[in-house]
Ligand binder design. Sequence first.
Ligand SMILES: Nc1ncnc2c1ncn2[C@@H]1O[C@H](COP(=O)(O)OP(=O)(O)OP(=O)(O)O)[C@@H](O)[C@H]1O
Length: 648
Amino acid sequence: MSDAAFQPRHITPSEEQLAIQLRRTRLLLVEANAGAAKTTTLALRIAQALHRGAPPESVLALTTTEPAVDALKARLAFIGVEKSTLARLRVLSYETFSREVLAIAEGGTTPGLETPEQVQPYVVRAVERALTLPDEPHPDDLDTDARPADLVEGLLQSFDTIKGRMLLQQLDAEQRLTPAIAADLGLDYLTLRTWLCYEFIRRGGHPDHPEFRYAGDGPYDLARQLLSGEVQPGDTALPHGLALICVDEMHDLNRAAFTVLKAVLASSPRAAFVGVGDRDQVIHAQTGAEAAFMAEHFKAEIGQPEVLPLTTTRRFSTQLAQHVGALARKPYAADPQAQTHIALEPCDTPRLAAELIARLAQAHHAQTAQTALRVLLRHASQSVLIEHELLRHGIAYGTAGFAPYLARPEILLVRGLHAHARQDYAGFSTPEQRARLLDAWLLFTGARVDSLELRHLDARDAQRVAVAEAAASADSTHSFVEGHALRSAQPAARRALEATLALLRSGDADAFEASFLTLLDPHRLAARVFVREADAERVAANITQLHRVALAEGGDVDAAFRLFNQLDAVRQRSRGSERVVLSSIEAAKGLEFDHVVLPHLTAGEFGAGTVENRNLLYVALTRSRQRLTLTFDPARPSRFLKDARFLI
Ligand SMILES: Nc1ncnc2c1ncn2[C@@H]1O[C@H](COP(=O)(O)OP(=O)(O)OP(=O)(O)O)[C@@H](O)[C@H]1O
C-alpha cells in the first residue's frame, strides 16, 4: 500500500484538508461552516483510500437526500476520480441504502409510495380503526370532531417525528400506552393510537415485508429491526469488510439513520469513519434531525472521535462571511483572496424585482464564461412573475425543485378553464399537452374514470388510457371535460368550476378582476384534493399570482390567456437553460453558483424568524461564489436582513 498523497485535479489541498485526507484514524469528525470544503475534503479522503488500494466497492458514503448524493459525486468527479471508479463507489442516501439492506434481509423489494395522497387512505383507515377499537381504556382522550381526512396532514408530520426520533422504541416493550405517556413523548393520545393502527396496517398481514414503504420508512424499518435483533450487525444483509465509511451533511442525521450508521460501523470494525457537517444547516428538524448526532450522541454511543478543523470558507469573500457569521452568530473565516460582490436592491414591488432579475439573466447570458446564475426562492409561487418576465423577453431558464409555472397542474387547470369557456384549444396543440391538461382537470374535480370497457384495468391505468384517447384531438378533449370531468366532479368543485367558466365566457374584464378568485376559490378546491395544508396554500398562491399577472397585462382577459399560450410555446421551444435556473433553496443544498439572486427578503415573504427559516436563509446565502444579489421592499425589510447586518 502506498501512502503518497492523492493529487487532485483543479485544486491544491490546504494543510487542513491534507491532514483529513491522509488521517487513518478510526473515527474522525469535521464540523465546519458552509463552503469550508467539507464535501470536497470528504471526496479527497475517499480518493486517498482508493489511491491506497481500497477497492471502490469497499467505500460507502451516506448522506440525506438525492441532491446531496449528486453533490458528493460531482465533487469526486471534479477532483479527478475516474467515471468508471465512481460508478463502483457506493454513494447513497440513507433511504436508498436502508431499502437495499432490507431487500436482502427480507428476500425481496417492498413497493414504495411517494406522495402523501398515496398514503392518505392508509392513514384514514388507521384513524377509523383507532376510534373504534374495542376495549379502548381511554375513549374520552380520543374524542375528535374532525373528519379523519382532515387529520391526515398533521398525523403524517407527527409520524415523521415518531419515525425519525424512534419515539416508541424508547419505551419498554411491556409499557402500556396511556395519555400521560403520549404527552411525555410530545404527542396527543389520538396520534399515538393512530400511529399504532397505521403500523399494524402497513406491516400486518405480510409475513416477510411491509405492504409499502413511504418516505423515512427505509431507515426506520431497518433501525427497528436492528434494535429488535431481527437484523444484527455482521448479518450478510449489511455490508462488511468496508475500508472507509463516510457521512456528508451529518447535521441531518436523526435517531433512525444514526442507528443504521452504528450497525454499519459495527459490521466493518476495521473501517475508518469520516463524518462532516454544519449545525446551522439543519433544515429537517421535523424528521428528528439533530446536530447532537455529530457531537454528544456520537461520543456516547460510538466512541470518542478525533476532531479536525476546516476553518476557512473557500467559496466566498470575508465580507459575506461576516454577514453570514452575524446571522448564525458564529465566527466565520474566509479566504482573503475570494471576492464576492454583494448588491442590495430595494424593489418596491415584486414586479420591479422580476424586471431586475430579467435584466440580470439577460446580462448573464451575454457573458461568454459558462457560469451559473441561480435565483433561490422560498416559495414556488414566487417564480410566476419572474418566469413570466423571463419568457416575455425570450430569456432561457430552467427550474429545480419545482415545475415551470405554466406546467403546474393548477395553472393548467386555469388555462384549461379558459380554453373550455372559449372552445379554443390553440394553447394545447399536441396530444401530450392535452393529456396533461386533462390530468389536471381530473385531479381538481376528483372525477374518476369509470368505463365498462376499462374495468379490467386498475384505476391509474384506466385513467391513463381514457385520457390518452380523449387527448387525441381538441374536440375529444372538450367533450371529455364536458361529459366526464365536469359532470362527475364533486358537487362543490363543479359549482366553483362552472361559475368560473361562466365568468370567463362573459369576457368581462371587471368581473374577472373582482370575482375570479372568489368564484374559483382555489384554496378550497385544492384542500379537497391535497393532504397538506402547505399544498393547498401553494396552489392558491400560484393561481393568485397568475391572476395578478393576467390583470397586469391590461383589460383584455382573452388576450392575457393568449399570451400565456404563446409564452408556453416559447418555453417549450427553448431547450431550457442550466446557466439561469430558478430553484427552491432545498434543491440548492450542498451546491454553489457563481451568482446567487435571493429575491423578496421582505417581511412576511421569507417567513417568520424561526430557527428553520434562519437556517434556510443561511443555506441560501452561502451558495454564492462571486456575486450575491438581494432584493427587498424598503418599506418592509425582513428582520433577517438586520440580523445578518445587511441593513442597520
Ligand atoms: N483546496 C482548495 N482550493 C481552492 N478551492 C477549494 C479547495 N477545496 C475546496 N475548494 C472549493 O471550495 C468550495 C466549497 O467546497 P465544498 O462544496 O466542498 O464546501 P462544503 O463545506 O461542503 O459546503 P456546504 O456546507 O455548503 O455544502 C468549492 O468551490 C470547492 O471547489
